[in-house]
Design a protein around this ligand. Structure first.
Ligand SMILES: [Zn+2]
Length: 170
């Protein structure tokens, strides 16, 4: 009987440990859930705050673009650099229609454009640059015409004896 009492006691102990562990896990899970909810609420407020700060900055920039205080000039320059980069990037965006890129400023123009809508430079279309290939072929033809079959034969005859005599000397 003593042995069974022992076993029963051990089982009760084990049960208590499991129960405590279970409660601990439940408590930790609740703490984790509470913290997650609080973190998400904090993040929402931080996002809102960032937007309010941005609104203040934008309002100040638009009202003081010409008379920025010395301590704001560096920020204003960064804003202007961003605005200018955004404009450049927007020019390069395609709306899906066939486009050509201005060779002078890189702006996107419709395929039928004759002059760049941004800088006014004449657009060079791909089809207009094709004559370059024809010119290249003409040059090659001209080179062939200057070479007579006899030229190569004479060169070989004059070079060959010279090489032979050099080899004999050595
Ligand atoms: Zn252009």
């Amino acid at each position: 009987m003593g042995m069974w009492n022992d076993v029963e006691e051990k089982l009760t102990e084990a049960g208590q440990i499991l129960f405590d562990a279970g409660q601990d896990i439940a408590r930790q899970a609740k703490v984790f859930a509470d913290n997650s909810r609080l973190n998400s609420q904090i993040a929402d407020q931080q996002k809102a705050l960032k937007n309010f700060y941005a609104e203040i900055g934008k309002k100040y920039y638009s009202e003081h673009a010409e008379d920025a205080g010395e301590e704001y000039k560096a920020y204003f320059e960064k804003v202007e650099a961003c605005l200018s980069t955004i404009e450049d990037l927007k020019k390069k965006k395609s709306d899906g229609k066939p486009v050509v890129y201005c060779q002078a400023c890189g702006a996107v123009n419709s395929e039928s454009a004759v002059y760049c809508s941004h800088c006014g430079t004449k657009i060079i279309h791909v089809s207009e640059s094709e004559p370059q290939d024809a010119e290249w072929e003409e040059v090659k033809d001209a080179q062939y015409r200057t070479c007579e079959p006899g030229d190569f034969a004479e060169q070989e005859e004059t070079e060959a004896p010279g090489q032979d005599t050099q080899q004999q000397d050595v």
